[in-house]
Design a protein around this ligand. Structure first.
Ligand SMILES: [Zn+2]
Length: 228
């Protein structure tokens, strides 16, 4: 056993094999290569984790069928506290019924495509129109038209994604404790990441709320939850 997890070997059921194959396909679409399955344990929480190779965020993800995938980067370059945080955050996602997770992906993927399409169009279309001899007014109209689309799609992504991410982090904070949560977040933030383009950074922000907002809402949760 290493750091609370063990490499799973031996016979798997048909369903386990099917889920593993499905998860490998999901990982390959995500741009990583599959490394193997481990049984991750934190306290009372124990679940199969599919490990993939890669150092790009997000370091972990819950698939539409509620399997947990985690990057080997987490195990190689971060403390166990960060691995525990990522595991518990993803575990928090899987508390949602898998049909709701499928609905989440069914909403978020088209929204992201529409947002990216609007941004690319608002940047390129005015330039192409000007090059084709259109007047400035027409180009500006196209720019403003697709800018408003981009804003609407961006806000919708936030409305769909942030509540899921906030609830997943609530589960991690509740299980790990506030101090260890903050330590994990600060370690992740300190880690030097690959340079990313502005659009990638924007997408990350649209999908994930700042941790300060998560903590603020966590501290205010007594206002709408009966039990802490
Ligand atoms: Zn998440």
């Amino acid at each position: 056993m290493i750091c609370g997890w063990v490499l799973k070997k031996g016979r798997f059921s048909f369903l386990e094999k099917f889920i593993e194959k499905l998860t490998i396909i999901f990982v390959s679409f995500r741009g990583g290569s599959y490394r193997g399955k481990i049984l991750y344990r934190y306290g009372d929480y124990c679940k199969d984790v599919y490990v993939f190779q890669g150092d790009d965020v997000p370091y972990g993800q819950a698939t539409p069928w509620n399997a947990i995938i985690m990057s080997d980067h987490i195990f190689k370059n971060f403390s166990k506290n960060v691995a525990d945080y990522v595991f518990l955050h993803e575990y928090g996602h899987t508390n949602l019924h898998f049909l709701l997770r499928i609905l989440f992906y069914a909403a978020i993927v088209p929204l992201l495509i529409l947002f990216i399409g609007s941004v690319v169009t608002l940047l390129l279309a005015p330039v192409i129109l000007l090059a084709m001899g259109a007047d400035l007014h027409a180009s500006m109209s196209i720019f403003l038209y697709f800018s408003s689309f981009a804003v609407v799609f961006a806000l919708t992504v936030v409305l769909v994604s942030w509540p899921c991410e906030i609830l997943a982090d609530f589960f991690a904070i509740k299980t790990l404790g506030r101090e260890r949560y903050l330590e994990a977040i600060s370690e992740i933030r300190k880690m030097k990441r690959k340079e990313r383009d502005v659009l990638h950074k924007l997408l990350i922000r649209l999908l994930y709320p700042p941790y300060q907002i998560v903590l603020l809402l966590y501290d205010l949760r007594y206002l709408w939850m009966r039990k802490p």
